[in-house]
Design a protein around this ligand. Structure first.
Ligand code: DQQ
Length: 535
């Protein structure tokens, strides 16, 4: 960030200019991490023909740019090279499946292989002469404008590859399943892997196993008693990434969610703020599953054009199944901590009702903070009305300035010294039926004096038992983005904000308690984040 470009990020993946959206084909090859991405080389707007930009990294933090890897060149992709995924085949050879928008504007799936396998940077890709390898036909009745975003493939017990492609029939979202023995000739299965009513188009599906016990990740082809499966879809109607946890029968090729399927706006979300078109991959170097995603702007198109760029990617997150098996838990990759500098800390500090304390971290515009709160007396918590089931609505009704007894308390980030501008990331505690209910909110309503931004408030319920444990929050602040992790990563909220006063050295960090009851900051650790080398 600089005086004329105060919203550029210091450690989030971004490009020098123009439009970026979905992460594509993420993988590790010969120890090098590869990230491809949807890119519009002609401007900072969504309109335009998309190509696959390409960067590589040794640590998922610093990134080196390469020439675009896949761009329109053939009738089967002349109107765009859209999202897709990488699969490492059995002979260790990577393959990419991507959506091409063909000369008739039909969506088809295409295959590409590296030109030179001894080049760890895989800078050149060759498209298969069998392309398109999957396409809509009169017989298969696939909707040619809703057929895109092939996943990483996995191997079944019959040694055939499987891949799903997002689609819809009317408003029923579908994960169409294809199988192949050789990765080149693909056959559509009669039944989709999964589908759900009234969800609209399933963009960027992702399907993978997670271990029932522990935090390690596993290869996409594993299945059996030690695993559950996760299906994620990106709903274009709401702009949200939703997932279910369930079981995958790899004989019948059917996925069955444990409880409910994706249900409109209120299913489990990776992130309750801005976070879309995510894609995971198995990092066999560190035995972890990593989640990447696109975070779009909340500014006006005119402002995006003026600043010359649009879109960033989230910090890659390691993620795993929670101990109770009911949700995923996400945490920024540990390599990010290499950027931490100027450590400051507080311990056992009283945060009185109605108080604000300054946390004097150097460069609060680009910082990482972890805080845990201790609440001794829960008796006076506000009673949760049975109708208060929508956390986002609750957070917008009860923003950072609405007092109760236990909350709001948390952090004011990217704040000006007069607090006229601030983004409030905070908790509220309610008394539920038999337990306490924790609400986590990110309130953007005072984030900027500029009124042209989307300042919607975000919220999530956080599944932690505060009688047993402290309430923790980690926020990554990076000029125009705030990524927050509640309860050790059980609820995540990412927001985009565009302060006009609280920029660069004029941005500050505070802890606040706007509730009437005092509580304790058990520990607070904050760091300036050094700038990563990104593109
Ligand atoms: N973005 C791509 C599509 C995908 C959408 C086009 C999701 O392949 O469905 O840029 O953001």
């Amino acid at each position: 960030a600089s005086a004329n470009q105060p919203y550029r990020t210091g450690f989030h993946f971004q490009l020098p200019k123009n439009w970026i959206n979905d992460p594509n084909g993420v993988m590790v090859y010969k120890g090098v991490y590869h990230l491809f991405y949807q890119y519009n080389p002609n401007g900072a707007v969504v309109e335009g023909i998309k190509i696959w930009g390409h960067s590589t990294s040794n640590d998922l933090v610093n990134w080196t740019p390469h020439e675009p890897a896949i761009y329109p060149s053939e009738p089967y992709d002349t109107n765009g090279c859209w999202s897709g995924s990488a699969t490492i085949l059995l002979d260790d050879k990577p393959a990419i499946l991507y959506t091409g928008v063909d000369s008739q504007n039909r969506q088809v799936q295409n295959l590409a292989f590296p030109k030179n396998l001894s080049d760890p940077y895989l800078v050149e890709w060759i498209k298969s002469d069998k392309n398109p390898v999957m396409q809509p036909t009169i017989k298969n009745r696939i909707n040619a404008s809703s057929f895109r975003d092939p996943t990483t493939a996995w191997l079944g017990p019959d040694v055939q590859w499987r891949v799903i492609v997002g689609s819809k029939v009317d408003r029923r979202g579908l994960a169409i399943l294809y199988k192949s023995k050789d990765f080149v000739n693909w056959f559509r299965s009669e039944t989709p892997l999964h589908s759900a009513n009234d969800t609209g188009m399933w963009e960027c599906p992702d399907f993978f196993p997670v271990l029932v016990v522990g935090q390690n990740g596993v290869d996409t082809s594993l299945n059996g008693p030690f695993f559950k499966h996760v299906l994620k879809v990106s709903l274009d109607e709401t702009g949200h990434d939703l997932y279910t946890i369930g079981s995958y029968d790899n004989i019948k090729d059917i996925y069955t969610p444990d409880k409910i399927s994706v249900e409109g706006d209120l299913g489990s979300r990776y992130d309750y703020g801005k976070y879309y078109a995510s894609k995971s991959f198995f990092d066999c170097v560190k035995n972890q599953r990593i989640l990447t995603a696109w975070i779009n702007e909340s500014s006006s198109v005119a402002d995006d054009v003026k600043k010359g760029w649009s879109g960033v990617h989230a910090i890659p997150r390691k993620f795993w199944l929670a101990e109770n098996g009911k949700q995923l838990v996400q945490w920024p990759i540990s390599e990010l901590q290499k950027l931490r500098a100027n450590h400051i800390s507080l311990a056992n500090k009283l945060l009185e009702g109605g108080s604000v304390i300054k946390v004097s971290v150097v460069t609060a515009a680009q910082a990482d903070v972890e805080v845990s709160f201790e609440i001794k007396d829960l008796d006076n918590a506000e009673v949760l009305e049975p109708s208060w089931t929508n956390p986002r609505f609750l957070c917008s009704q009860k923003g950072a300035s609405v007092k109760s007894s236990l909350g709001p308390f948390g952090l004011l980030v990217l704040a000006s010294d007069d607090l006229k501008e601030n983004t409030a990331v905070f908790f509220r505690i309610f008394k539920g039926n038999n337990s306490y209910v924790v609400l986590m909110c990110s309130d953007q309503s005072s984030s900027s004096l500029n009124q042209d931004n989307d300042k919607t408030t975000y919220g999530a319920f956080l599944d932690v038992d505060i009688r047993q444990q402290k309430l923790s929050l980690r926020s990554l602040m990076d000029h125009s983005i705030v990524e927050s992790f509640g309860g050790g990563g059980k609820a995540c909220i990412t927001s985009r904000v565009y302060p006009t006063l609280a920029i660069n050295e004029a941005a500050h960090l505070y802890a606040f308690n706007n509730g009437t009851q005092s509580l304790n900051i058990a520990a607070l650790n904050a760091w300036t984040m050094n700038t990563a080398n990104i593109n």
